[in-house]
Design a protein around this ligand. Sequence first.
Ligand code: HEC
Length: 166
Amino acid sequence: MRSLLILVVLLTPLVAFGAEPPEVKRVSPAAARDRAELLHGVFADTLGVVHHHYFRREGAVLPSRALEDVFAKLDRQSGTKARWIAVNTPAMSVNHEPATAFEKSAAAALAGGKTEFSRVENGYYLRAGAIPLGGGCVGCHTRQAPGADKTPRMAALVIAIPVKDE
Ligand code: HEC
């Protein structure tokens, strides 16, 4: 697990862009969209790599939990926020239940087949992107045996980026 911690530490400078707190750097909604897509790709790929190389079964630091430490740093450093939500599997932590109206609409849209759902609301560009839960994931994330149900299962990553008025 030391390697996992090193990976997370290495990843941290990647998210250390933007203004120092408390000043929040606001970008246009178009730039926010690009940035949210980039962050989604970085975090989704990191989640996959960490599961593949470092995580086998219970007892270890969960990859999604390790990434939440990176999300917290991102929040402090740039005012950008990231968080996991459950979509069509039971939330594995009460903190991952879709909570806001945006998150509930996003979970419904992704469960219905969309790969992303976005909106500008209260000074933030909000983007929820699907995180597929494949054969190696559903055994833990659902109570069913892998392959017992053909419905594609997923969670989502919600990214919020401060935007300026256009
Ligand atoms: C050994 C069981 C196990 C396996 C296998 C597993 N997970 Fe998880 N996963 C968990 C647990 C437990 C949590 C809750 C962690 C916490 O307390 O924050 C979680 C949380 C998550 C979350 C946050 C959303 C939620 O539903 O709570 C995502 C995203 C996620 N896992 C993705 C994956 C992916 C992708 C895979 C397969 C590559 C996978 N997991 C495999 C146990 C597992």
